[in-house]
Design a protein. Structure first.
Length: 101
């Protein structure tokens, strides 16, 4: 079995990898598949779902939050919510001070 690796940097690189053999066959963790690429000295892993890293050693707890646009949207919502809370706090403080007088 061969796998095709594509690097989207400049220049575009396309290489074939062969499955690892011998002691390198267990290089990848958590069900990742190990491949040897001729131009790379260390084995390369293709990780199973919810894992990442050079050896598939990192578990992605919230893989649905990996999209940068979603992270930006979440950050924007949090910032807007905090601003609304600050404005409400100032309004309530002002109203309380006016009523006391």
């Amino acid at each position: 079995m061969h796998i095709l690796f594509v690097s989207f940097g400049f220049p575009l690189v396309i290489e074939h990898g062969d499955p690892c053999t011998g002691s390198e066959a267990t290089f990848c963790m958590n069900g990742g598949t190990c491949f040897k690429i001729p131009s790379v000295s260390t084995p390369t892993c293709v990780c199973s779902a919810n894992y990442e890293g050079s050896r598939c050693e990192q578990f992605q707890l919230f893989s649905f939050l990996q999209d940068s646009e979603e992270k930006g949207m979440i950050a924007a919502v949090v910032i807007i919510a905090l601003l609304i809370l600050v404005v409400l706090g100032v309004v309530i403080y002002y109203i309380c001070n006016v009523w006391k007088k």
